[in-house]
Ligand binder design. Structure first.
Ligand code: SAH
Ligand code: F3S
Length: 490
């Protein structure tokens, strides 16, 4: 469940891209194919990292014709896209690298690359601690991967720590996007990065240090990417960034486009029927964004707005720069224009100095707002962040007990929300035939629940990629419901 301590966004997972299939024809073509290098990638962390991993595969495919493989034993290049948001994620990097070292001992030609936020934070320390690592790159330099790869290959016989130019964790403005190949489409949904980095400097968070300050992509670049995706059949666009509502994209005439205006532009792209965004910050959740919910039917009735705590004292210590009152007022205004809005949030439990009263305020907020789902984490001390200097007198046992109590509230409301869907009609983007129930199609509702419904096989092509209304008849699991097709909407 999404509420577990084990954040599903911080799971090591091979990026889901089709596996490489071996060719059977024994011919010249086969000899050529065997020369094709194969890359294996693991991705930790947030949606930004999943997006970045796809881009890493794209650049290596484009420059070196590399193909992705899910079989580590047949890979020529191993990439690890790392996350440092919490200590656990960071610890995993070196234990996994230890396993990769053994592979390299057997196959010295293997090229190992470490990217993402741990790479950004550690820089050449990675190679000091793990000298068998060939390339180190940050989230902003992944487009330089082909050069890093060539440089590593040329200096194969030199110890990695003595090689020149195989570590690049700089923040070279927004140039990355100018070097990325055209986006490739897989299904009816796509992420589009609209900005990089974060300038909010919440006292607990490493992101501003690992991804750099907020930088927005120019408006036309974002719209051109969305156009390309829509032309290839994408119906749902998820605008991606650490704080999308801090978007300040330059327009053609040099003026600045803010996030609400961007939403309007995106809603005008032919073929885009649904818009989501990940993640926004309460500080810049301005009235023009709320107005967009009144004006744009394409904006889904779901908002993920991290609040972190229900206590004003803790919010201040976290340097979130807003109060609970500001947050609940924003939600009330939003509900006035979108009564069916579904909400989710992120919470940190056991921040240094969190008293029982602070925790009770957080519990109460979760009960009052009745979230559709939420992510909650025990506070993790991150080196170099201001909160890591704060005295922390809450025991780990207390933190764990608080988290369990908190997650029970969240699980109960998640369950209740799914049960409450029975008898209502959900707007669903139809995505595919259900793997385990081939007589049903599945898609996603506004509130991110998976919806399954039976279909007439002759009608399949008319339904895939469409927005349909489904009358919900049954609860299946906390994140899945079943229903009957009512009509095609778009
Ligand atoms: N941009 C988002 C947050 C991105 S980080 C925002 O506006 O808040 C994703 C989530 O990780 C955060 O919302 C926070 O709940 C969690 N997180 C970040 N740093 C953390 C830390 N040091 N310990 C525990 N959880 C943390
Ligand atoms: Fe981190 Fe706060 Fe930015 S949680 S990503 S510093 S908004």
């Amino acid at each position: 469940m999404s509420v577990s301590v084990f954040d599903p966004r911080t799971v090591d997972a091979a990026v889901a891209t089709p596996a490489v299939t071996a060719l059977v024809e024994p011919s010249a073509a086969q000899a050529e194919v065997s020369a094709v290098k194969k890359v294996f990638i693991t991705t930790q962390g947030c949606q930004m990292n999943v997006y970045d991993s796809d881009k890493m595969l794209d650049v290596l495919g484009d420059s070196h014709g590399m193909q992705v493989t899910h079989n580590i034993d047949e890979a020529d290049v191993l990439l690890m896209n790392t996350c440092s948001i919490r200590e656990k994620a960071q610890e995993k990097v070196f234990s996994e690298l230890g396993r990769w070292r053994k592979l390299k001992e057997k196959r010295p030609d293997l090229v190992i690359g470490v990217g993402g936020c741990v790479a950004s934070q550690e820089g050449d320390n990675i190679q000091k601690r793990a000298p068998y690592v060939d390339m180190v790159f940050g989230p902003q330099t992944l487009h330089r991967l082909p050069e890093l790869y060539d440089q590593s290959n040329e200096q194969k016989d030199i110890a990695p720590k003595n090689r020149i130019g195989t570590v690049d964790v700089s923040f070279p403005s927004i140039e990355k996007f100018d070097f990325l190949p055209e986006p490739k489409v897989d299904g009816f949904k796509a992420f589009v990065s609209i900005m990089e980095g974060c300038s909010k400097y919440c006292s607990f968070c490493v992101v501003p240090y690992t991804r750099g300050e907020e930088l927005s992509r120019p408006l036309d670049d974002v719209l051109a990417e969305i156009d390309t995706l829509a032309e290839q059949g994408v119906r749902e666009i998820n605008l991606l960034g650490q704080n999308v509502n801090g978007y300040r994209g330059e327009k053609d005439d040099g003026s600045i486009c803010r996030f609400a205006e961007l939403l309007h532009y995106v809603s005008h792209v032919d073929g885009v029927e649904r818009i989501r965004y990940t993640t926004s910050h309460p500080l810049e959740f301005t009235d023009d964004i709320i107005d967009a919910y009144a004006q744009l039917p394409q904006l889904v009735s779901h908002l993920h707005l991290p609040v972190q705590s229900g206590s004003n004292a803790i919010l201040a210590a976290m340097k979130r720069n807003h109060t609970i009152d500001v947050y609940t007022t924003q939600i009330d205004k939003l509900k006035a224009v979108r009564p069916d809005i579904h909400l989710s949030s992120d919470f940190i439990i056991g921040f240094p100095g969190e008293t029982d009263a602070d925790f009770q305020d957080t519990l109460q907020l979760a009960k009052d707002l009745n979230f559709d789902h939420s992510y909650s984490f025990i506070y993790s001390k991150r080196p170099g962040t201001p909160a890591s200097e704060l005295p922390d007198d809450v025991s780990f046992a207390t933190k764990k007990a608080r988290l369990a109590e908190f997650q029970k509230v969240i699980i109960d409301s998640t369950l209740q929300k799914s049960h409450d869907m029975v008898g209502t009609t959900a707007r669903v983007l139809v995505e595919q035939v259900a793997n385990r129930h081939p007589d049903c199609l599945i898609g996603t509702a506004d509130n991110t629940r998976t919806v399954m419904f039976p279909y007439d096989e002759d009608k399949m092509d008319e339904l895939l990629g469409k927005i349909v209304n489904v009358r919900i008849t049954d609860f299946v699991s906390p994140h899945m419901v079943k229903g009957e097709l009512v009509e095609v909407v778009a």
